[in-house]
Design a protein around this ligand. Sequence first.
Ligand code: ZN
Length: 136
Amino acid sequence: MAKEKKAKGSMPNKNVHLRLSFLHQAASYLAHNAGGPAELRGNEETDANSRSVKRPRPHTAQTRHLLSHMKGVSRKSVIRLQKDVKRTVCKGCDQLLDDQSSTRTVENKSKGGAKPWASVLVVKCNTCGTAKRFPT
Ligand SMILES: [Zn+2]
């Protein structure tokens, strides 16, 4: 009994890749759409005081849970996360690193910036202070 050959172009562990993609999309959705659609929020928008006060992001814990789950799934199934996905997750606290929750700076620690190719993009998490460095 010969083992059936898989069709060309089929992706091994497709369901795991789909799961990882879903978890990342769900986390970024929760992080960016804070309180749901505007019509559901209703009274919050009419409150005059709420405009001046910067509201905390409500789904931070769920976002972290989804992203830590995503990292766990990729670790267990021995599948690497894509580079652009991996770079949006904090190593320290599993927070989604976007414009609101992280600080991006370019630093060059060569002698007074003498080597322009030594520039490094530093993404610092505002929650835990962990920094990620990427060559630019
Ligand atoms: Zn962090």
